[in-house]
Design a protein around this ligand. Sequence first.
Ligand SMILES: C[S@@+](CC[C@H](N)C(=O)[O-])C[C@H]1O[C@@H](n2cnc3c(N)ncnc32)[C@H](O)[C@@H]1O
Length: 220
Amino acid sequence: MIDDRLNSILNFVEKNSRVADIGTDHGYLAIELAKKNICHFIIASDKNFGPVQAAKKNISDAGFEKIISVRQGDGLKVLKKNEVDTICIAGMGGGLICKILDDSPNILLTTENLILQPMNSVEKIYAWIAENNFFVADVDLAEAGGIIYEIIFAVRNSDKICRPTKKEKSPLLRKFLEQRLEKFQHVIFEMSKSPSAVSTEKFSQIENKIADLKIKIDQL
Ligand SMILES: C[S@@+](CC[C@H](N)C(=O)[O-])C[C@H]1O[C@@H](n2cnc3c(N)ncnc32)[C@H](O)[C@@H]1O
């Protein structure tokens, strides 16, 4: 049984797409995609030996060795051009996800869909998407360990853009905005201790974000 975060990622995977789960760890997402009959060609990869061994065992125990190929390597370097149309990268920092994408432009040329779930620095992911000819088609929210994460579905084809997004309709939206507000208020509190930090552009940007978040929360 997968948790809400992995389930939200899975819900963005189109039926019969060829998928790579980069940084698969235990292989649970790949296994669930096979179990639910969503995909028949899945590559589950990880940079590290331990996770690759764990994924191989779980996939073999579930009987999906023929559908899921497990590979060890860094990011998208385990893939060949045009091998998959959808790439999932979840459970890593936003900076690392952007680096993985930046390191393999040739693979992205033949990638239609990206499903990205950063554990932090989500703004880096939105900036990367805007700078690399993808569109944000949809966004969802999912809670794990008391923290609400964004799951971003980015596409090459702008026809797939959904509005309102799942995030905008999510019952978690208020809590998500309140968590962000609290985080930024804490940053402002800490920065306020230093007069030089208060006069920085970053300080005013965070103040603006706080004002925007308060308006959004009031409008709910
Ligand atoms: C916290 S786990 C996330 C597992 C799963 N994707 C999830 O969301 O539940 C992160 C995994 O990414 C792997 N990883 C880190 N850097 C990587 C890279 N450059 N390429 C592939 N895998 C990487 C780690 O070994 C680890 O297994």
